[in-house]
Design a protein around this ligand. Structure first.
Ligand code: SAM
Length: 339
């Protein structure tokens, strides 16, 4: 395994460059060494042409990769090497393991359950995951082992989140994103979160920051769980959360503007103009975009800002893979006030 050794102050920009050149090894974690950072890179001759030392080092796997590797090695006892190639990444939400089982591994479902229970002895339910459906973005699941429930409490970023996977959207893989945004928010800000679900963003931000959050959600089940989550976390929250049940397209026009708006937009919904109209300083707008259409997406944002008389600076971050060449992205839009 290789890493390039870069001065700490240059680490972020070099990491971006490595990602652009597709040299960065995202499966591993960078490591600090005094005033330097070791950035994981793939074995490619271009890594040696950047003007930094390239060292052979064992950098640790990211935790999610590590647990995936653990399942793979446990299952190596029962599955063939060919079958192991079809194994997908899975999630553990509270005490529920959620896994996608491709047709090639259907006949191995019992072995996969056995492997999951070995790696995570505390799980009580194993559910097979289908696709997100409808405006509420609820996934279709079937329980293949354990208790017949899809409700659980999930811990992340210092809060506990009650979820019901059969009734409301929840994605544990956004944990890092929620942490990133919480760190960008400053004490004292007023924050608006439409499409708030069971409140994962609101809870994490209010855990870290003394802010006033207004959240909006249309799905009544998610709204009910969100209210329970505010109570459940009462002692862990520095900030306050006001939660409104309703359609963002009807509720937002009646609200004032906010320092920051965070829009975890449901797929297929265009809420750019609406959310931008409510943002004074920052809008973090999530969308699903083909990698070739990212410049077009940026252009659309800049045009909308212009239409609304706002000057903006836009940075687009790929958050996760959605399907080949299509990414969930977050546009961090900094607004400079009236032109
Ligand atoms: C992609 S999910 C994000 C949920 C939550 N923010 C999270 O990260 O877990 C989008 C959410 O928007 C809600 N939703 C869909 N249409 C809506 C609307 N018109 N107004 C308010 N909420 C809506 C869905 O029920 C769903 O909970």
């Amino acid at each position: 395994m290789l890493a390039i050794k870069v001065p700490k102050r240059e680490a972020e920009s070099i990491k971006r460059k490595l990602k652009k050149l597709k040299l960065y090894d995202g499966k591993r974690r960078p490591k600090r060494e005094n005033d330097f950072i070791l950035l994981p890179v793939i074995d490619d001759p271009r890594a040696y042409e950047l003007g930094y030392d390239v060292l052979p080092v064992e950098l640790p796997l990211r935790p999610e990769r590590q647990i995936y590797k653990n399942l793979e090695s446990v299952l190596a006892e029962r599955l063939t090497t060919e079958e192991l190639k079809y194994l997908r990444r899975y999630d553990v939400i509270g005490d529920i393991a959620v896994i996608q089982i491709p047709p090639e591994l259907e006949h191995r479902a019992d072995d996969i359950v056995w492997g999951l229970r070995k790696v995570h002895p505390f799980i009580r339910v194993v559910a097979k995951k289908g696709f997100h459906e409808g405006a509420f973005r609820i996934r279709d699941y079937s329980i293949i082992w354990g208790e017949k429930r899809l409700t659980t409490a999930h811990k992340e970023n210092g809060v506990e989140i009650k979820v019901d996977l059969s009734r409301a959207f929840f994605n544990p893989r956004m944990k890092g994103e929620r942490y990133r945004l919480a760190q960008l928010v400053k004490d004292g800000e007023r924050v608006l979160i439409p499409f708030a679900g069971v409140l994962p963003y609101a809870l994490v931000i209010a855990h870290y920051r003394k802010v006033k959050i207004t959240a909006v959600e249309l799905n009544e089940e998610a709204y009910r769980l969100g209210l329970e989550n505010i109570e459940l976390n009462r002692k862990r929250l520095k900030g306050e959360i006001e939660f409104i049940h309703g359609d963002a397209f009807e509720v937002l026009p009646k609200l004032p503007t906010f320092d920051r708006v965070i829009s975890p937009t449901p797929r297929g919904v265009d809420a750019l103009a609406l959310t931008l109209s409510k943002a004074e300083r920052w809008l973090h707008y999530y969308d699903f975009v083909h990698e070739e259409k990212i410049p077009e997406f940026r252009e659309r944002i800049v045009d909308e800002c212009r239409k609304q008389g706002k000057e903006c600076r836009v940075r687009i971050k790929k958050v996760s893979d959605f399907k080949p060449h299509v990414f969930k992205v977050c546009a961090d839009i900094e607004l400079k006030g009236e032109e």
